[in-house]
Design a binder for this molecule. Structure first.
Ligand code: PNS
Length: 162
């Protein structure tokens, strides 16, 4: 059985993430989409909120073979725990490459049995990021189409709070 982990901050989940998740679910038997539970990054949404929103979106979008989870500590340790041999990452522009290149090298050094698979973002999502959603939402801007419809209102209401 081919198992992968799609890790991230998902603060919050965007349509770009959903697009990558769909492709991963097509290729793998089981996909763990897993939220990094790390206070150091000072996320706007709590880990529980992010996990719950991903659960709602995955159910609404009817993406099969997906488990929603969170993790602490090293990603490769978590991947070993759930029996995953692959990590999933999305790439938007060349600016993502440097960070991903470094992370790939470190993860390979830590666990040579785990490979990372990259999906290029669709052109319509190449500009999209969680931080852009947070910024637009915090000023009351329209986030329609940027995040899954099923969690759009929750995200907008939460971001609009002072
Ligand atoms: O969505 P993000 O913030 O780009 O995701 C980054 C993430 C969660 C994949 C990365 O920070 C991570 O794997 N953190 C866990 C700690 C770890 O394993 N570090 C070593 C490799 S950089």
């Amino acid at each position: 059985m081919k198992i992968c982990v799609y890790p991230g901050s998902f603060d919050p989940l965007t349509q770009g993430h959903v697009d990558v998740l769909r492709h991963a679910a097509e290729l793998f038997d089981k996909v763990y989409i897993s939220v990094l539970n790390n206070g150091a990054k000072h996320p706007v949404f709590t880990t529980e909120e992010r996990v719950e929103m991903i659960r709602i979106a995955v159910a609404a979008e009817k993406i099969p073979n997906v488990r929603v989870d969170s993790f602490n500590g090293l990603l490769v340790d978590y991947a070993h725990c759930v029996g995953a041999g692959y990590l999933i990452r999305g790439l938007r522009a060349i600016t993502d490459f440097e960070y991903e290149f470094q992370m790939d090298a470190l993860n390979r050094r830590l666990a040579s049995d785990i490979q990372t698979v990259y999906f290029m973002a669709s052109p319509e999502h190449s500009f999209l990021s969680s931080s852009a959603v947070r910024e637009i939402g915090s000023f009351g801007g329209d986030i329609n189409g940027l995040v899954p419809e099923s969690i759009k209102n929750t995200i907008a209401e939460r971001l609009a709070k002072p």
